[in-house]
Design a protein around this ligand. Sequence first.
Ligand code: SF4
Length: 215
Amino acid sequence: MKGRLNKGETVLDLLAGEFSEAKIALNFSTPLELLVATILSAQCTDDRVNRVTPDLFKRYRSARDYAEADQAELEAVIKPTGFYRNKAKSIINCCRKLLEDFNGEVPDRIDELTTLPGVGRKTANVVLGAAFGKNAIAVDTHVKRVANRLGLTDESDPERIEMDLRRIIPEARWTEATMIFILHGRHTCTARKPKCANCAVRSYCDYFKKELQDE
Ligand code: SF4
């Protein structure tokens, strides 16, 4: 555990030097916009979501607008993000619940956010960290891969990975760690053929050490 504690902070410091501008890639200006954009980002690139949201956010400005939306119309706007039928349903149901239980406002607590249909811990933590400025670790596919390869966790379940990372990374850096691991996973520690030769943290990486041994 102590080794992981030190390693967690060390790799974060090294990667922070590389990604000084680490911030969420989804465009938004309110918690509701980020919540909707995060739902749309499932199985879709952030770039594609960002191409759809300017028009979407102009048409639908409040939780009530989405809750009372015509599903076919909403589907047509979000279609380029894929899985648009399910996403439209999720957004409408989520916003109905916002109206019913939260006066149309996005709550800023994880236990409340995760009561919303279609909102799991990952989405809730993205909203908490990026829209509310709270300390939150969101485990997406990149965070999961990077944490596993570096040996910061042995878990495969995202919630367990989140708990491991919460233990080894200082709370004030949870949101920063999420952004940095996502960028590292996108640019260097890619799913296929990670660019280990160019990786700033390779000397701390379990995956890299194992690859060297296997050669
Ligand atoms: S050394 Fe390779 S596997 Fe390890 S974190 Fe860097 S890119 Fe990923």
